[in-house]
Design a protein around this ligand. Structure first.
Ligand SMILES: [Ca+2]
Length: 502
């Protein structure tokens, strides 16, 4: 009898505590600081990379959970961001390019920030959250701060405003180009050849202050708004442009790195037995002045590009540090969820390729970490396979918001308390190439890709065994010995994310 009373008392206490907790959640909503970083691959100290200086991201990882195996759903800006922000995969958003808008394909979708806005949050974006020119006013409480290069210092000391970094041409901004030529040294390897469509080099190291380039300005604006809205629940989305091309960063960040220390990729060749459509000719980089129109970059250029990527990353990291310091100074850390993600990976010369746009590990594997006020384990790492579509339901759970309909990811919140928990059996990405769609699946051990027609006829397969071949240098899909394995993986790929758990 006593035991029954005791059990009931326990149940009652638990119920009361739950009510108290949910009342607390309702009264004291957790803020969200949502940090998007353009083209950031896991080339960071906290991911075990030596030589790159990313102290602020590393410090955030120490205060949160780092996802060592997070995958984007399509390795290019707008499809990846649209998928993440709507919680749906590209075959549902039907956004596979940089032109179409999801309001035309899935007009009534409730985006992640829109859902927070509908639940009483102040939502604003800074810089690139949706891809340039494809913003979504319904997502925000007020228009975003999009003046990416507002107020740029000119060589004559005057200031100019431009809306789009792609307008950054030598004619309009000679000081950046002059600094670049100077930094290139007497060999003039970076001298413009006049062929680049954008008319600017892929990197520059102007001797300017942080806030004379766009990410510095964005950090200042985000801090200013954070101060103004600190007393209401907020969802602030800060989208840093770097390390996206062109790698423009103040000279002091270039001074952190020596060109001769930059390590070239060990595999500057296509995978053995590759299915050719899997590869790209990295036109995005070739468009920049001084880059070859065909064939590989020189070793000197490769080192300059890697140094540029590192310098741009360190510059962005320093701006992020200012935003996080402001959050601390305002006493908001204890009431704010911080999530940081890169929108996809980047090839730094692996397989002889640059930029993104592939289904390889180098393109689909990106950065993800989260730090919440309540998490018990800090500085932990999880090897669980997670996908960017998981971010939407995870933030809902952490903030105590209901899930919206149609989400195609799974909240990874259980991993915060148990990073070793058994999780998804696979992560899925895809990339269109001409008439084909490449469907990629990353399991614990394998990367398996099928290239299919509209009618789902398989035209090519790739299989990389990460146990023996972490760099994906040998496609073993066509080996007779792997026939049964291919059959099994193909079934798993076709069964898709719904069957992958957890
Ligand atoms: Ca991007």
């Amino acid at each position: 009898m006593n035991r029954i009373i005791f059990t009931r008392w326990q149940q009652l206490t638990a119920a009361l505590m739950l009510t108290a907790l949910s009342t607390f959640a309702a009264e004291k909503k957790l803020n969200v600081l949502f940090i998007a970083i353009d083209d950031l691959r896991p080339e960071l100290g906290c991911y075990g990379v030596k030589g790159i200086k990313s102290p602020n991201i590393d410090a955030l990882a120490k205060r949160g959970l780092l996802f060592s195996r997070a995958y984007c759903q399509q390795a290019v800006c707008s499809p990846s961001r649209t998928s993440l922000l709507t919680g749906r995969r590209p075959d549902t958003t039907r956004i596979y390019n940089l032109e179409d808008h999801f309001r035309d394909t899935i007009p009534d979708v409730v985006t992640l920030p829109q859902h927070f806005k509908n639940n009483g949050y102040f939502c604003q974006s800074f810089g690139k959250i949706y891809h340039g020119g494809l913003d979504d006013p319904k997502s925000w409480s007020v228009p975003g701060f999009l003046g990416a290069l507002d107020n740029v210092l000119m060589a004559d000391g005057s200031r100019r405003t431009i809306a789009d970094p792609d307008d950054l041409t030598e004619g309009k901004f000679p000081f950046i180009f002059a600094a670049n030529k100077e930094a290139s040294g007497p060999n003039g390897k970076q001298k413009p050849n006049g062929k680049g469509q954008k008319g600017r080099p892929p990197w520059s190291a102007p001797d300017v202050e942080d806030n004379e380039l766009s990410d510095g300005q964005m950090a200042e604006k985000a801090i200013e708004v954070m101060q103004n809205v600190k007393d209401k629940p907020f969802f602030l989305a800060v989208g840093f442009h770097k390390p996206h091309l062109s790698f423009d960063a103040p000279k002091k960040y270039y001074d952190l790195y020596k060109l001769e220390d930059m390590k070239l990729a060990s595999n500057p060749f296509p995978p053995k037995d590759v299915f050719p459509p899997a590869m790209i000719d990295w036109k995005e980089l070739r468009n920049y002045t001084g880059m070859p129109q065909e064939g590989p970059v020189s070793d000197q250029q490769a080192r300059e590009l890697i140094r540029g990527y590192y310098a741009a990353t360190s510059y962005m990291d320093a701006q992020l540090g200012k935003v996080l310091a402001a959050l601390d100074k305002l006493g908001l850390r204890d009431n704010t969820i911080i999530i940081l993600w890169g929108d996809h990976g980047w090839q730094l010369g692996e397989h002889g390729m640059w930029c993104k746009h592939t289904n390889y590990e180098t393109s689909t594997h990106s950065v993800l970490m989260i730090s919440t006020p309540t998490q018990k384990k800090r500085g932990a790492k999880t090897d669980a396979l997670v996908e960017f579509v998981d971010i939407y339901p995870s933030l809902c759970e952490l903030a105590g918001l209901p899930l919206t309909d149609g989400l195609e990811g799974k909240s990874f919140v259980p991993l915060l308390s148990n990073p070793k928990k058994s999780w998804k059996s696979a992560a899925f990405s895809q990339y269109p190439r001409g008439p084909l769609m490449g469907y990629a699946m990353r399991t614990d051990r394998y990367r398996y890709v099928e290239w299919v027609t509209k009618e789902k006829v398989v035209k090519g397969r790739e299989l990389y065994d990460h146990k023996n071949d972490a760099d994906e240098n040998v496609n073993v899909a066509n080996l007779p010995a792997n026939k049964a394995l291919i059959e099994k993986l193909s079934q798993q790929l076709v069964a898709g994310w719904r069957a992958a758990g957890p």
